[in-house]
Design a protein around this ligand. Structure first.
Ligand code: FE2
Length: 413
């Protein structure tokens, strides 16, 4: 063996000895002002956590000076969920972080804080219901990093059975949302009926309220997203929260509401959510800057025309189309759960059908654009860059069988 080959073997041997931190399922969650703060959470599978380092460059280049303390930890669903809360961040900035434990360093991850100015448009993916069909949900997950969105809004029914095995599978599959270079798309979550307690979501995603209703803001006063919990009482504290949160952000350019159960499901077997109709809708309709509600749960796809609550002639199930004053309700799954036929369409349904999809949403100070992405051909889609993230990539299939694929929303009159 020549010295050159010997050195090569030695190098490979030494490299194989290098050990990595046993931090897995790393996620970033926006749970407040997305321009300034975030929660970073992971499962400490083995070893002892020794440090979290984050910087606007690789923290190791900066001799690990920016160390952040652990905020809390818990053992929900068999995982040791470690939570670091970071704040006072610079808006619209890439932050790199490393997790150190007794076994080594994690790979280098990064994420981008949201802009803090309403002039800078933002984009989201919104969806939910990822419970059973892993190959399908992996396709949706793989498309996430390619679209370069500011955040994913994930609205419940992550799993079918709320047990350790299914959560570990869910987080394993969610790893596909992390780009090859370590870029993480931050999330915001709400609870579905398959999550058996508030505590599961509270602990796995560091939601800032134990009852899981909370506000997140983007772009300064561009957008307030209000996250609601359709699995608990809609009166009392949740209704009071909603009333105060919408009033507090009434001068924002936009407000969007998200929750798991649709008020008027487009699948017959699903019940009407009268408590949400009575308690949420009048508050939504009070604010002209709230043109969009994101719903899930049914495992189908629907987008409504703008609608208002009404019992007048021509109304159906308590709503009537009103293009000037109405709110668009979009979503109803489906991120990998078993598809159901959209067999309960209304006169005010714009388009509906049993397709696997998520919503792709652009928010600027002028308008909101919503498209429904049929994600199953994700392998044909070439990654967008951050600079061209408002471009529709070639080959991307959009839903819109009768009334077009683009839904544009303007402030209500
Ligand atoms: Fe559900």
């Amino acid at each position: 063996m020549t010295p050159k080959i010997l050195i090569k073997f030695l190098f490979i041997f030494l490299f194989s000895l290098k050990s990595y931190a046993k931090a897995r399922f790393v996620r970033v969650v926006f749970n407040g002002n997305a321009a300034l703060e975030a929660s970073i959470i992971w499962d400490q599978e083995e070893g002892e956590f020794t440090g979290f380092y984050m910087d606007t460059i690789d923290p190791s280049y900066n001799r690990f000076v920016n160390r952040y303390p652990l905020y809390s930890s818990n053992t929900m669903r068999g995982m040791k969920n470690m939570i670091v809360r970071v704040n006072d961040l610079i808006p619209n900035t890439i932050y790199y972080f490393l997790i150190k434990d007794s076994q080594g360093l994690s790979k280098l991850y990064h994420f981008r804080t949201a802009p803090n100015r309403p002039e800078t448009p933002i984009s989201f993916i919104a969806g939910g219901d990822s419970r059973d069909n892993r190959p399908v949900r992996i396709k949706a997950n793989k498309l996430v990093p390619k679209l370069q969105v500011n955040a994913v809004l994930f609205n419940g029914d992550f799993i079918n059975l709320d047990i350790e095995k299914q959560w570990v599978e869910w987080f394993t599959d969610w790893e596909n949302t992390i780009a090859a270079d370590g870029r993480i798309t931050p999330m915001m979550v709400t609870r579905g009926n398959h999550e058996l307690s508030n505590k599961v979501i509270y602990q796995l995603f560091d939601v800032p309220n134990r009852k899981l209703f909370y506000s997140t803001t983007f772009g300064g006063d561009l957008l307030h997203i209000v996250s609601l919990n359709s699995e608990i009482l809609k009166i009392g504290r949740q209704k009071l929260f909603l009333r105060l949160a919408l009033a507090k952000h009434k001068d924002y350019k936009w407000q969007i509401a998200q929750y798991h159960r649709p008020i008027r499901a487009h699948v017959k077997e699903k019940k009407e959510m009268e408590t949400q109709y009575k308690n949420f809708v009048p508050l939504f309709e009070k604010y002209k800057n709230l043109p969009l509600c994101l719903e899930n749960d049914s495992h189908t796809c629907k987008v409504t025309w703008p609608i208002v609550s009404s019992k007048a002639a021509g109304s159906s199930e308590g709503f009537i189309r009103d293009d000037k004053n109405g709110i668009v309700y979009a979503g109803e799954g489906c991120w990998g759960a078993p598809l159901r036929a959209a067999d309960d369409q209304k006169p005010w349904t714009r388009d509906a059908g049993a397709v696997n999809q998520f919503n792709w949403i652009f928010v600027s100070s002028e308008k909101i654009e919503l498209r429904t992405v049929l994600y199953e051909n994700e392998d044909k889609i070439i990654d967008l860059t951050y600079e061209n993230r408002f471009t529709i990539p070639s080959g991307l299939e959009l839903f819109g069988p009768k009334n077009g694929t683009l839904i544009e929303l303007f402030p209500r009159k």
